[in-house]
Ligand binder design. Structure first.
Ligand code: DC
Length: 235
């Protein structure tokens, strides 16, 4: 059960494009802690569903896949992330907007969320875990040592996502991306189960106009104040 373990957890929640992924990775690297990219799990459920040829809203079959899917996170020799789903390399597919939209759809189903709960909690391992998502602080790790809620204006988030996808060589359109982000935000915020919202005890950081280093420094300072790691860690 979350919180009953002595392993410290830092939650970094927020909407798409808020920079959670980048910040979580940088903080995990600086602290030498493990990382849970919970969004990747929802993306993998969507990909597993598509690979199994499931069309429409077959919730029980998606929940079964969420429990059974074999997932391996690793790194390529060039330093890029590598993700395998049931032995298949899905690294590129996983980061597509199609997978993101599919993830937002399956993430609204309580059975799928329940099926992923233990997998997420089991990723808390010594010396600590940085948990990146939407409901890390509200549902998955309610007793976390530190909860951050990262925000930025919708315009800035769409622009960040645009640059990120463009850098990866994807053909993207800023207006379409802004619309998709707004739709996904609305679905994530208004769903019945585990909607996106800051935990009551979360520290809210608005990253609009801040660079990655500044946000990482702020999170590292908060961790020092909670005695999670020593002062002087560098991003
Ligand atoms: O962070 P991301 O873009 O990879 O997340 C993809 C989708 O998964 C997002 O639209 C909402 C969902 N998600 C969620 O509901 N709960 C989480 N803890 C993480 C992601």
């Amino acid at each position: 059960m979350a919180g009953s373990s002595s392993i410290p957890v830092v939650c970094i929640d927020g909407p798409s494009g808020s920079g959670k992924g980048t910040i979580s990775r940088a903080v995990a690297r600086a602290a030498g802690w493990h990382l849970l990219d919970s969004g990747a799990l929802y993306r993998l459920v969507a990909l597993a569903g598509a690979a199994a040829g499931i069309t429409g809203d077959d919730v029980p079959r998606h929940a079964a896949l969420a429990r059974a899917m074999r997932v391996e996170f690793g790194w390529r020799p060039d330093g890029d992330e590598q993700v395998r789903l049931d032995g298949r390399d899905v690294s590129a597919e996983l980061r597509s907007e199609t997978a993101g939209a599919g993830a937002s759809r399956v993430a609204a189903w309580p059975e799928v969320r329940a099926a992923l709960l233990e997998r997420q909690r089991a990723s808390a391992r010594a010396p600590g875990l940085i948990a990146d998502g939407r409901d890390m602080g509200t549902v998955v790790f309610p007793d976390a040592s530190l909860k951050i809620f990262l925000t930025a204006t919708p315009e800035e988030r769409a622009l960040r996502r645009y640059k990120q996808l463009k850098d990866k060589g994807s053909a993207v359109n800023l207006a379409a991306l802004s619309r998709e982000i707004a739709e996904r935000d609305l679905r994530d915020r208004t769903r019945q189960v585990a909607p996106l919202r800051p935990a009551a005890d979360a520290c809210v950081i608005d990253s609009t106009g801040l660079n990655v280093e500044a946000v990482v420094a702020r999170v590292l300072d908060l961790g020092v104040a909670r005695r999670l790691w020593p002062q002087g860690l560098k991003a």
